[in-house]
Design a protein around this ligand. Structure first.
Ligand SMILES: [Cu+2]
Ligand SMILES: [Zn+2]
Length: 175
């Protein structure tokens, strides 16, 4: 009786429900300026609580830097090709963990703290966001690291230039 089972999965995906299988994604983050030494990785995993995002960065100027998911998975033109913050509902700018999807852009991940050695890690779980197959899905978009802190002001947090960027791609489980 394979046919009814696949029909059910197909309808669930078409309706935008939570994906039937946990998906995994990754972004290789690189500096946008010529000669930039910034490198990093974002690892993304669908969990029952939401999308887990773990960002690890190296060779970044120490301090607080805004970190967002921007609309497009393109890092050209100094990161400008990624477009604005991922914001499918026309919400104001905010911090998605504190403000929720109605009062923040889906891509408003807040800030990452970079230590004196130039490295930093940010781990968060964003409820109701997935890698693909839902209303709020981030595969094919880009993670952008900013020059300055996100101060959560309108319209985009006043975080300055786009110093690093990484397109979010789907990966095989375990890779
Ligand atoms: Cu941004
Ligand atoms: Zn925003």
């Amino acid at each position: 009786m394979m046919r009814p089972r696949w029909w059910t999965v197909g309808v669930a995906m078409w309706m935008g429900c939570a994906p039937a299988f946990a998906e995994h994604g990754q972004a290789e983050i690189r500096g946008t300026a010529d000669g930039s030494a910034i490198t990093g990785t974002a690892t993304l995993t669908d969990t029952p609580q939401g999308l887990q995002i773990i960002v690890q960065l190296q060779q970044v100027p120490p301090g607080t830097h805004g970190l967002h998911i921007h609309q497009s998975g393109s890092c050209g033109n100094g990161g400008q090709a990624a477009g604005g913050h991922y914001n499918p509902d026309g919400a104001p700018h905010g911090f998605v963990l504190a403000d929720g999807l109605r009062h923040a852009h889906v891509g408003d991940l807040g800030n990452i703290e970079i230590g004196s050695d130039g490295s930093g890690t940010l781990e968060l779980i964003v409820p109701n966001v997935t890698l693909s197959g839902s209303r709020y899905s981030v595969a094919g978009r880009a993670i952008i690291l900013h020059e300055w802190p996100d101060d959560f002001s309108q319209p985009t947090g006043n975080a300055g230039g786009r110093i690093a960027c990484g397109p979010i791609i789907l990966t095989e489980p375990g890779s």
